[in-house]
Design a protein around this ligand. Structure first.
Ligand SMILES: Cc1cc2nc3c(=O)[nH]c(=O)nc-3n(C[C@H](O)[C@H](O)[C@H](O)COP(=O)(O)OP(=O)(O)OC[C@H]3O[C@@H](n4cnc5c(N)ncnc54)[C@H](O)[C@@H]3O)c2cc1C
Length: 161
């Protein structure tokens, strides 16, 4: 944002405390292979924020598991983010006994363990808003009906419509 050559205005049609991102806990995971490039950049950014600000910015580091009886689903998890996140490893049969007493069930489960980040909207949104305002970004509460409304040469680039 500090490298952007110009003024930035962000339109929002309602107070940010009403929007989805404010109420949801965002766990970073990659569901589509095509999104890897952006997902990697996001993961690295969260890592920087966690190291520098941690909980103050609403970014937390968590480790956990994804389990499935469908091994192909787990293979796709590995393809999507196996080499983006930390601590990624396939679970062995003995690891599955953490989740079930039934050895047959354990044998039919596939799973991975990894470490990722969460962004807690209630903390992250006001924090990131404050950071952007410090860079001179303007927030304007206005409902945009069509892209033509902001294509009047006041703005050179329009994103996210
Ligand atoms: C229960 C739950 C759990 C979730 N868990 C996860 C998770 O673990 N990980 C994950 O990645 N995702 C998760 N999600 C999904 C995630 O929360 C959403 O994908 C994300 O919040 C969407 O962000 P957004 O910025 O696209 O939309 P929003 O947060 O809805 O923001 C949209 C913005 O655009 C503005 N806007 C919209 N229309 C107009 C208009 N016409 N004119 C002007 N401004 C406008 C709004 O004012 C707002 O500022 C979860 C969602 C839910 C409901």
């Amino acid at each position: 944002m500090h490298d952007f050559p110009g003024d930035i205005t962000i339109f929002e049609d309602q107070p940010y405390k009403n929007i989805t991102s404010y109420i949801t806990p965002g766990v970073h995971r990659v569901q589509k292979f095509a999104e890897r490039k952006w997902a990697k950049a996001t993961y690295q950014r969260f890592e920087e924020l966690f190291r520098e600000y941690g909980g103050e910015a609403g970014i937390q580091r968590i480790s956990g598991y994804v389990l499935s009886q469908d091994e192909q689903y787990i293979i796709e998890q590995e393809e999507n983010y196996g080499n983006i996140v930390h601590d990624f490893r396939w679970l062995e049969e003995k690891d599955m006994l953490q989740f079930t007493n039934d050895e047959n069930k354990a044998r039919n489960l596939s799973g991975v363990h990894f470490t990722t980040y969460t962004a807690e909207g209630r903390i992250y949104l006001p924090w990131i808003r404050n950071q952007t305002e410090n860079y001179g970004v303007k927030f304007v509460q206005r409902h945009i009906e069509t892209v033509n409304e902001v294509c009047d040469f006041t703005f050179f680039f329009v994103f996210g419509m």
